[in-house]
Design a protein around this ligand. Sequence first.
Ligand SMILES: Cc1cc2nc3c(=O)[nH]c(=O)nc-3n(C[C@H](O)[C@H](O)[C@H](O)COP(=O)(O)O)c2cc1C
Length: 157
Amino acid sequence: MAKVLIVYYSRTGNTESMAKAIAKALTEENLDVGCKKVEDVGSDELLEVDGLIIGSPTYYGTMAAEIKKFLDDSVKHHGKLDGKVGAAFASAASTGQETTIFSILEALLIHGMIVQGDPKGHHYGVTSTGKPSEQVLERCRRFGQRFATLVKQITSK
Ligand SMILES: Cc1cc2nc3c(=O)[nH]c(=O)nc-3n(C[C@H](O)[C@H](O)[C@H](O)COP(=O)(O)O)c2cc1C
């Protein structure tokens, strides 16, 4: 069974709600899913998964420092995450979600990870403004389903 890890930081619960909705969608797609706060994840866990999804609140237009530290610590495994599937999601009070997503995707791409856009949903990764609405949670579901499909394709080769 393909293994996916969702790593997120959340102070007031918005990013966490998104992480849980994405985790539910991935579980329903029969993947082995871990959904963890960034403070509870060690970078060695990245070696064990086929897919990695990272979520962050928007802090001044970019990822939270806690997520940045996690990514910086992942340099320990530079070169070993090549070919795994990656994705990012973000919340904000008003704007900046997409620059936050891109700040995370930059690191995932440098690791050699495979990132899929979405021609119909949120193009770069799912986003929320404030508390995730039912519509956003539905978008999280779509995001998780698409990620699961890609992980299955990659791991079946
Ligand atoms: C230090 C800090 C910086 C923030 N910067 C932004 C920002 O640039 N744009 C914005 O829309 N919201 C900003 N916010 C609001 C958060 O991104 C927003 O409340 C988010 O949904 C919080 O996610 P959480 O509930 O998962 O902690 C900021 C909040 C903090 C604490």
